[in-house]
Design a protein around this ligand. Sequence first.
Ligand code: ADP
Ligand code: ADP
Length: 226
Amino acid sequence: MAAITMKNIVKKYGDGFPAVNDISLDIADGEFMILVGPSGCGKSTLLRMIVGLEDITSGEMLIGGDRVNEKAPRDRNLAMVFQNYALYPHLTVFENIAFPLRLHKAPDTEVKERVNQAAELLELTEHLDRKPANLSGGQRQRVAMGRAIVREAQAFLFDEPLSNLDAKLRGQMRTEISRLQKQLGITTVYVTHDQVEAMTLGDRVAVLRKGILQQVASPRTLYQEP
Ligand code: ADP
Ligand code: ADP
């Protein structure tokens, strides 16, 4: 069964041309799906409809086989990693990662165990007492991912997570995301402008243009020299 199924998804803002125009796409369990296309082609809108931050005008969105059109974001069990991290500045790294568990009133012992496990995966163990202001951009990104990991989300959704980072860090984070995704085997949808990211991370690449799904192919097929 597909992890995420989109059936004839349409999004109209007002009465203009649809931002997303009849997109159907199956994302397999554990698959790393990349969304690419020029600015304004509907990538963010599509991602936001998967997470539930944007209403679907028509069509059907299934997650783990369940229709989620009417479900609030918190009931979809997905983890969005935003470009600007969205960490709580007054909380330590530990508490930032623990946040979703605290919300669900998880017992302290469980919180400790799961946060420490995530921190180890992300190589953040030595930074757990720090505040976000005292971290590098890459470390902040990893804290945001840690928060997603402890929730045991069904899928990761990334909207250009590396575009604010310098080239060196971007390379490191790319490796990191790839390693984590494989290790966790978690379904991932990833929006990017960067061909190198699409090549190195993606199992498949979905190409959007003016709200339409133009092509879905493996990165090798898509980017091979003519
Ligand atoms: P991308 O992420 O590929 O850059 P978007 O999904 O942000 O594209 O936008 C797709 C289209 O929908 C664009 O034409 C954009 O201007 C329009 N759009 C996005 N968000 C809104 C909104 N909240 N209200 C009206 N139009 C929007
Ligand atoms: P990105 O380039 O990452 O897609 P944008 O700067 O296009 O981001 O959009 C930022 C925010 O503004 C998004 O929440 C998007 O939904 C909204 N937005 C984009 N285009 C429009 C628009 N034409 N009218 C109203 N809101 C928009």
